[in-house]
Design a protein around this ligand. Structure first.
Ligand SMILES: [Zn+2]
Length: 209
């Protein structure tokens, strides 16, 4: 699929990368005699090629838009922040949980349960404090795997706790954390919604009388 060039940046090796209108990035190296792109070496040359079209393989693959490269040190600190936050959630540390979020941060609880929805920072603050009411002894998370890439950290985990009703609660999660400058922009939690309805909502579903 042909896409017009809308801008440029350099990668960590100072090679030029074209930013296409579709949101994908593509290297535009000048590597004679294999690839002749002398225009990429001067600002005037790059300017003259704005709007010209390149074949975008990523469009054909249905790839999501590319993002600016995140330094390795930032990826690693996002991973650490994520693990610390999971521990804070487990012990019901409302202050740590709320402070982890950016001012415009959001929590997405997936599914169609009574507690599913999108929550902003002030709602998260209230929510976080109620974890200990639901689980007086706290929750225990076993983290099975962490994948950190760009600004995102994905976590596979199992959560266990004794609900205030006396029932044992076990759920399997796939969390997706997105960080921005050290603050949490979004946390999406994917889990077994049946377990939430049965234990956390006492069997109640939206629409029940
Ligand atoms: Zn594309």
């Amino acid at each position: 699929m042909q896409q017009p060039i809308s801008g440029y940046h350099q990668d960590e090796n100072r090679d030029w990368v074209a930013e296409l209108a579709c949101g994908h990035y593509q290297h535009v190296r000048h590597q004679p005699p294999f690839t002749e792109r002398p225009w990429v070496q001067t600002e005037a040359g790059r300017e003259s090629m704005l709007g010209s079209r390149l074949d975008c393989r990523k469009c054909e693959l249905g790839a999501p838009a590319d993002e600016p490269k995140v330094p390795k040190a930032v990826v690693e600190s996002n991973r650490e922040r994520t693990l610390a936050l999971i521990q804070a959630i487990a012990r019901g540390d409302a202050e740590h949980i709320a402070e982890a979020y950016a001012e415009d941060g959001k929590l997405y609880t997936m599914g169609g349960t009574l507690i599913s929805g999108v929550y902003d920072k002030s709602q998260i603050r209230q929510f976080a404090g109620s974890v200990l009411e639901a689980f007086p002894q706290g929750l225990h998370y076993t983290v099975h795997a962490v994948t950190a890439e760009g600004s995102r950290v994905a976590v596979e985990a199992t959560g266990r706790g004794r609900h205030v009703s006396g029932q044992d609660y076990v759920n399997h999660y796939h969390f997706l954390f997105t960080w921005r400058e050290g603050k949490l922009l979004s946390l999406k939690e994917y889990m077994d919604t049946e377990a939430i309805t049965e234990v956390l909502c006492g069997g109640q579903r939206p629409g029940d009388a």
